[in-house]
Structures are given as C-alpha cells and as structure tokens.
Ligand binder design. Sequence first.
Ligand SMILES: [Zn+2]
Length: 189
Amino acid sequence: MTSTVLGMTTSAAAQTGADGTIAGDGTVTDRLFEANERYAAQFEDPGMDARPVLRVAVVACMDARLDLHKALGLQLGDCHTIRNAGGVVTDDVIRSLTISQRALGTRSVVLIHHTGCGMEAITEDFRHDLELEVGQRPAWAVEAFRDVDQDVRQSMQRVRTSPFLLHTEDVRGFVFDVRTGRLREIDPA
Ligand SMILES: [Zn+2]
C-alpha cells in the first residue's frame, strides 16, 4: 500500500488518538452529538420550505478549510451545497443538481475548487492500489487532477453539457485560496 491513500490534510486543532478519541471524554461523534444538544436548545424553526431562497446550488470540495456559508455570505436556507473530494462533477453530483433544479427550483450553479487540494496529491494509481489491497477495483474514477484551473473548466463543461439539467446559462467556476480566503474566478474558455 502506498501513502497516496492518505493525501488529505488533517486538522491541527483536534488531538485525535488511535482509537478515535479526542482530548476529553468520548469519541469525536460523542462531542458532535453533545454540541447538537446545545444547538437544538437555542434553535427556532425558521419555517422555511426546502426550496433554496437564492435558487443556487454550490458544488464544492469537502475540504475542512472551506466554510462555504461564511466564505460566500450565505444564510440558512439560501442554497444547496453539494460536496465531495475535489468538488468534482461526478454522475452523483449531476444527480443532485438535477433534483436541485427540477424538484427544488434552483437556477444557478457555482463550482468551487481550492488551492492545496488533496486531489492534486494523488493519482489514478489510487484505484490500482485499492484493487491490490482489497481484491476489487472500485467502479468510480478517482478524479484526481494536476491543474486546478483546468479541472474547474472541465467541471463547468460537464454541468453545461448535461442533458438532465434545465438551467445551464448561469454556471460559474472558482478557485478558493485557503491562505487568503479569496475566490478567483476561472474563465470557462
Ligand atoms: Zn479539496
């Protein structure tokens, strides 16, 4: 097994033990569940329906350093957020966008990749290594990339050319700089 499997950046804030415990009692999930108790205690039903207020779907990398709502000034209920490793437009992202547009009324698509993405550190060898380890080749592509700008362009193209989507006029792509917090727009051409 090569080290390419562990390409993602980890948090510097939480000290996580080998058994999944963090500083204090209980597992990470226990801590999250307890945090939800405090959240729910102050929660007021906003009375919204499921249709995003701004009629926008944001497709972004799952990277822990990208706080989409803060970075884009979004409020609860404003948008759909669809995230995966790399913010790549896979068939499953198209599935979510199709439901977002056809069932829940969104009109615009925003794609966000970022600097220092873990997907730049791995290659398609990842699949080969997995196959060697577990004896089964995954059905999905790794979708690793070398040039983040080019991958944003390819993602925009996949959205624009999807036969399932109703609205492909307002599709824009950006790279988020994890050091400055700033978005840089990518020219689709
Ligand atoms: Zn990433």
